[in-house]
Ligand binder design. Structure first.
Ligand code: NDP
Length: 278
């Protein structure tokens, strides 16, 4: 077996196998790419040679992450401030990105919120805000690139779902419903797109060290009067590995899905959660 592997290796140059910039010439657009998981994904894809477009609302954090990408990876960068729940803003920001970096070959639907609320207190406005961003935002952004990917015969679409997309958790009915739906959308689109060279996958992180989790801890502390450190320890202990996931660990999975060699991986919901969900 070892000999067979070696002879196959001999046939290729090592340089080809460990290609330093396998995403060179590709344009990766990441929604919510200014902070947290989205920013880590933009770093990972830029490190593999992709040009990067970031979309988020706050211009200052976009600029900070854009400057970092430019200085560290020398990537071409497009920054567009837009709310991913507003179709007009999505259309405009995608046009800006395409004008700067060319057609989108990698779309990462990452912008999302995960607020908690007991179901008996949840109103329609709360429900809609979560679904509008996590689910309809994913749909609208995918629409912006899908036809072009079909025509060009290539694309990578990655939807950031969550472990809450695979099982129920109390007090987050809207979040859980939205992330389950994102996985449904992923699986269906994967089947529709597969013959066109487009893969569509979901990544399902567990609790990850970002502002989203810090805000959730603040919220629980405010409503329960409990100590923030205790709440954080409790969240860490919900994972068999006893810690939060890092944004970089989630980003590595996204980067792997974007590699040319991942062409046969589609319709999957890949869990990055230290064994929390199996
Ligand atoms: P953060 O809150 O750290 O970052 C969210 C990003 O999305 C920011 O760039 C934010 O920028 C942007 N964003 C938020 N709302 C909008 C909007 N309406 N339009 C455009 N951009 C928006 O979140 P995370 O990095 O933690 O989460 C990223 C994704 O990962 C989400 O989909 C989340 O559900 C998912 N996830 C997170 C987990 C976690 O534990 N952290 C676990 C599982 C999944 P701005 O506010 O400037 O718009």
């Amino acid at each position: 077996m070892d000999c067979l592997l070696m002879s196959n290796l001999d046939k290729k140059k090592l340089g080809d196998i460990f290609e330093a910039s396998p995403l060179k010439g590709q344009h990766a657009l990441i929604t919510g790419g200014s902070r947290g998981i989205g920013a880590a994904i933009s770093n990972a894809l830029a490190a593999l040679g992709a040009d990067i477009s970031l979309i988020a609302r706050d211009k200052t954090s976009l600029q900070i992450q854009g400057d970092y990408l430019k200085s560290k990876f020398e990537a071409n960068i497009s920054l567009a401030s837009a709310d991913v729940t507003v179709e007009k803003e999505i259309i405009k920001s995608f046009k800006t990105s395409v004008n700067t970096n060319g057609p989108v070959s990698i779309l990462v639907n990452n912008a999302g919120i995960g607020k908690s609320m007991p179901f008996h207190k949840m109103d329609l406005d709360f429900w809609k805000k979560t679904l509008d961003l996590n689910l309809t935002g994913t749909f609208l952004c995918t629409q912006q690139v899908y036809q072009d990917m079909r025509e060009r015969g290539y694309g990578r679409i990655i939807n950031i779902s969550s472990t809450v997309g695979l099982r129920g958790y109390p007090y987050i009915a809207a979040y859980t419903a939205s992330k389950h739906a994102v996985i449904g959308l992923t699986r269906t689109l994967a089947l529709e797109a597969v013959k066109k060279g487009i893969t569509v996958n979901a990544i399902c992180p567990g609790y990850t060290e970002t502002d989203l989790v810090s805000e959730a801890i603040e919220n629980i502390a405010k409503t329960s009067g409990r100590d923030k450190e205790n709440i954080k320890t409790e969240i860490k202990n919900m994972s068999p590995m006893g810690r939060l996931v890092t944004p970089e660990e989630v980003a590595e999975s996204a980067a792997w899905l974007c590699l040319p060699s991942s062409a046969s991986i589609t319709g999957q919901a890949i869990v990055v959660a230290g064994g929390s969900v199996m």
